[in-house]
Ligand binder design. Structure first.
Ligand SMILES: [Cu+2]
Length: 126
């Protein structure tokens, strides 16, 4: 009976892990909680990221994302900027191009339909 319970738990846990995002990070801003996630593991090239804003008042906001890697030896700064499209209920989808592996800085610009524009900062690693 104990073994069966363990197997059952392992199966349930496995199933929930499959549903979890491959990448998830929370960007802290005083106004709200901004979650950046991806269903697929991040890789070089084009990636689809999801931005989720916790606070109701940002659900109709315009969201823009900037990913950049500061100047490296012999390389100039790499920047990719894109406009996110709303998925409803404070979720947004955005394509970003990550041209090389390493650490990318991420700035998320959120402009609510009414009120002050905010910026959330985080980073990601590929
Ligand atoms: Cu670089």
């Amino acid at each position: 009976m104990k073994t069966l319970t363990k197997i059952l738990l392992a199966t349930l846990l496995g199933a929930s892990l499959l549903q979890a995002a491959a990448f998830e990070k929370v960007a802290n801003v005083p106004e709200t909680k901004v979650t950046l996630s991806s269903e697929k593991p991040l890789s070089t090239g084009s990636n689809t990221l999801k931005v989720t804003i916790a606070d109701e008042k940002f659900k109709d906001a315009q969201v823009r994302i900037k990913v950049f890697m500061p100047t490296m030896s012999g390389m100039s700064e790499m920047v990719s900027e894109s406009e996110a499209k709303s998925l409803g209920n404070g979720s947004f989808s955005v394509e970003v191009n990550l041209s090389m592996s390493g650490t990318w800085q991420v700035h998320i610009f959120i402009t609510p339909s009414d009120g002050k524009k905010i910026r959330a900062k985080t980073s990601l690693n590929i």
